[in-house]
Design a protein around this ligand. Sequence first.
Ligand code: UGA
Length: 444
Amino acid sequence: MTERIAIVGAGHVGLVYAACLAEIGHDVACVDIDTDRIRMLQHARLPIYESGLDELVRRHLDGGRLSFTTDYARGISDREFIFIAVSTPSTADGAADLRAVRTAARSIAAASQHPCPIIINKSTVPVGTGDSVDHILAESGDRSFRVVSNPEFLREGTAVHDFFHPDRIVLGSRDETAACRVAELYASLEAPVLISDVKTAEMIKYASNAFLATKISFINEIAQICEAVGADAAQVAHGMGLDPRVGPHFLQHGLGFGGSCLPKDVRALAFMGSVFGTHPQLLNAVMQINADQRRRVLHTLRRSLGSLEGARVCILGLAFKPNTDDVRDAPSADIIHLLINEGASVHACDPQANAMMARLCPDAQYFASPYDAARDCDAVVLATEWDEFCRLDLRALRASMRAPLFIDGRSVFPRGELERAGFIVPDARSTPLFLRDHVMEAVP
Ligand code: UGA
């Protein structure tokens, strides 16, 4: 059955939900206060890159089931279902900034003309926010708003696929009828539905992301121990993952997690725990290990090259993961800043994210080809496992470099393959080389 839906927020989550809900038969209006963004969308031009999304947006704009507006009154009007999908960035202390959520709730209350609308919260919000949204709406007049928390579990890059193949639909509400109405929106997806109270649903989202982050930091700590004792971390992860209680996913060691979700959500959950009097030691360790993974690259480079003053380092991969141009909290950004701080120069290359990273790190030089980027460099750091980097001609790459150092930050290549191509692959047990210091000493 076609339902009339409004979505507030045309960001990554809002856009994917708007286009995908239209695809499963609903009539969707997407509202955002950003005029430029909405004008682009009205002409089917997307402000973000997400595989398969442009085609859906174009099809449903043309077919009339999807519209974009900056006008709350027009977008929301008498629609029964109103999603809040605005961003909740981190504040300086790690808490989630809820100003956009509160503003959206007030604007919805002012614009809605439906007698009993259902407000569905998609933004990742601290436990208890659903109740404050309820409170803001209740204060707004005599209409009864029903609030449902419906966290999203989409991964960037595969968000459209994830929408159509959900592992679960989580709905939290004090009004079970409203939760069931929302479940009906997704009926054609045939996913397991879990109905809970609002706080539990909000917590499921945080706990899920925190668990994924914990798996990554766990395997990174194990990989460090493996390196120190001479075990093969990739095989250890494979061996662990064969146990269905452990599972094979999120056990790839390397530079750790980045992006707009995992780092922000772990920080927010730890902050939330601490202001409620708990001591989230595990979450704090997860964040600390993740930060150290980035800094350790500098230590490895220094042990291998000597002083980084005047060194030239090539960073292959800038996006926080492949198949996106998103550089938010990407490990590569921290590594570039640290290198430039120590006097190194940086050659950077990414199939999609060069322009985005150039805004964050204008002091690096950007290249379209990995081979051009590596030319005359002292080291390569592989920071994002794009397909084209996994198929690199390693000999050609090595041939154009000044010194043969390869740091595989995503454990893509077996060590032997890199060594056969002529690279040195430094690890915790290898003798410090100080390659550049020798070169400099040799120069009269
Ligand atoms: C994450 C979750 O996976 C989604 O379920 C969730 O809906 C989303 O956050 C969100 O909260 O909106 P996403 O940020 O797109 O999705 O990225 P992931 O695929 O989870 O990867 C996060 C980071 O972990 C990347 O930097 C990736 O390189 C890193 N990673 C992942 C590892 O270092 N090792 C692994 O084994 C897996």
